[in-house]
Design a binder for this molecule. Structure first.
Ligand SMILES: Cc1ncc(COP(=O)(O)O)c(C=O)c1O
Length: 394
C-alpha cells in the first residue's frame, strides 16, 4: 500500500471546466477568473477578491500595494514557507523573523511585541497548516503600534478564528491553490482586503500596472487605448483555465473540509495512545481546517540540548515510514536557518529555538478527504512499527 502525503480531488466537473476556455478561445484572465473571484469572496465573506498566479505573488501584491518598501520592517514568524519573508525582500523591505509558540506552530504574540521597533510597519501572521494564529493579541498590538496586518492564509481555506474566516480579520488576506492545499488550480493565489482601494491597487499591479483589465477595455468604446500605467506592476494574472477550475473546486470545499476534519479526528483518536507523538492542538478560538495534519516527535520534552538526538530519531522514523509505503514530510522549514537568511541576516538556528525545534521534529502525516479507513489504519500501524523499531535500537 502506497499512501501519498496528499491527493487533489478532481472530478468530471473539473475535467469539463478546464475545457471551456479552449472552446471560446479566451484563455488568459477573463470571465472564469472573474467568477472564481466572486465565488471565493462569497465563501470567505469578503466584498471582493483578486486572483493571481500564486500565494507568493499575492503576498508580493499585498506588501507592494500597502507601499511597504525600503526602510520598512515586516514581522514574520520564522516557521512558515519561505515566501512569506521573500515577498518582503522583493519590495526592498526587511523581513524580521520571530519565534513561534511550539504548542500551535504559529506566531508567538510575545515575540511579536518584543520585535517591534520604530521601523516596524507590518506584521504577517501565518495560519499555518489550517490553524488560525492567535489573532486577538496580534490585532491589539497592531492597533497599538499602527501596523498593517497581512494574514498569510495560504493554508487557511475554511479556517476560522472565533467564527470569522481568516483573511478577513487583518487588512489583507492571501490564499494559495497549490496542490497541497484544500482545493487547487495547479498554481494559483487569491488576495482579499478590507479597503476597496487596496483591492483596486492590487488589480492594477497584477496587470503590469495598467489601469484597466482586458474585459473592461473590451467594453469600452476607446478600448484601443492602453491604460495609464500609473503604478509599477507585474504580470500576476491567472489563466482562465485555472479560473474555471477554481470555480468547480470551490464547489467542493464543504465536502473537502468535512472529509479532512473527519480524518483528522480519527487520527486524534488513533494516535492518542502514542506518548511520543504530539497531535495538533486546537485552541478555543480556533476552527482548524487541517490543510496538513502536523505532529511533533517528542518522546521527551525537546530542548536545544537534546535536539540533535531527537532529530536523528525522528528522521529514522520518517525513513521507516517511507520504506513501508507511508509518505511523510517535515511540517515546514525555519526560515531563519535557510541559507539565504542565515547568510544575509546572520541568524543562527538557536536564535529562534521553537521554530528550529518545530522544523527538526515535526512530522506531517498523509491526509486527504478521499482517504479510506484502511489507508489511515496502515499509517497508524506503520508509525507504531517505526517506534517499535526505534525501541529495538536499545
Ligand atoms: C504559509 C505559506 N505561505 C505562502 C505559501 C506560498 O504559496 P504558493 O505556493 O501558492 O506561492 C505557502 C505554500 O505552501 C505557505 O504554506
Amino acid at each position: 500500500m502506497q499512501i501519498p502525503i496528499t491527493k487533489p480531488w478532481f472530478d468530471a466537473d473539473d475535467f469539463a471546466a478546464v475545457q471551456k476556455p479552449l472552446q471560446t478561445g479566451w484563455v488568459v484572465q477573463g470571465p472564469h477568473v472573474a467568477r472564481f473571484e466572486q465565488v471565493f469572496a462569497a465563501y470567505v465573506g469578503a466584498d471582493a477578491a483578486v486572483a493571481c498566479t500564486s500565494c507568493t505573488t499575492a503576498l508580493h501584491l499585498a506588501y507592494a500595494a500597502l507601499g511597504l518598501g525600503p526602510g520598512a520592517e515586516i514581522i514574520v514568524p520564522s516557521f512558515t514557507w519561505v515566501a512569506t519573508a521573500n515577498a518582503a525582500i522583493y519590495c526592498g523591505a526587511t523581513p524580521v523573523l520571530v519565534d513561534i509558540d511550539l504548542a500551535t506552530f504559529n506566531l508567538d504574540p510575545a515575540a511579536l511585541e518584543a520585535a517591534i521597533t520604530p521601523n516596524t510597519r507590518a506584521v504577517a501572521p501565518v495560519h499555518l497548516f489550517g490553524l488560525p494564529a492567535d489573532m486577538d493579541p496580534i490585532m491589539a498590538l497592531a492597533e497599538k503600534h499602527g501596523l498593517a496586518v497581512i494574514e498569510d492564509a495560504a493554508c487557511g481555506l475554511g479556517t476560522r478564528h472565533r467564527g470569522r474566516h481568516v483573511g478577513t480579520i487583518g487588512d489583507v488576506g492571501v490564499f494559495s491553490f497549490h496542490p497541497r492545499k484544500a482545493v487547487t488550480t495547479g498554481e494559483g493565489g487569491m488576495l482579499i482586503a478590507r479597503d476597496p482601494a487596496h483591492i483596486e491597487r492590487s488589480c492594477i499591479m497584477r496587470n503590469h500596472g495598467a489601469g484597466k483589465a482586458v474585459a473592461e477595455r473590451e467594453a469600452d468604446r476607446d478600448g484601443f487605448m492602453l491604460g495609464p500605467f500609473a503604478e509599477l506592476g507585474f504580470n500576476y494574472r491567472l489563466t482562465d483555465f485555472q479560473g474555471a477550475l477554481g470555480v468547480t473546486q470551490m464547489a467542493k470545499v464543504p465536502r473537502v473540509l468535512d472529509g479532512r476534519r473527519a480524518r483528522a479526528r480519527r487520527y486524534d483518536r488513533l494516535l492518542a495512545g502514542l506518548d511520543w507523538l504530539r497531535t495538533p492542538a486546537v485552541p478555543d478560538y480556533a476552527e482548524h481546517a487541517y490543510q496538513s495534519y502536523v505532529t511533533l516527535f517528542a518522546p521527551e520534552a525537546p530542548t536545544l540540548a537534546n535536539l540533535a538526538d531527537l532529530h536523528a530519531a525522528r528522521n529514522r522514523v520518517m525513513r521507516f515510514a517511507g520504506e513501508h509505503g507511508v509518505q511523510t514530510r517535515q511540517g515546514t522549514h525555519a526560515v531563519h536557518g535557510l541559507g539565504y537568511y542565515a547568510r544575509t541576516f546572520g541568524y543562527g538556528p538557536g536564535d529562534l529555538p521553537h521554530a528550529h525545534i518545530a522544523e527538526q521534529l515535526s512530522i506531517t502525516l498523509p491526509l486527504y478527504p478521499q482517504m479510506t479507513d484502511a489507508e489511515q489504519d496502515h499509517v497508524f500501524e506503520v508509525m507504531q512499527a517505526a517506534w517499535h523499531e526505534e525501541g529495538q535500537r536499545g
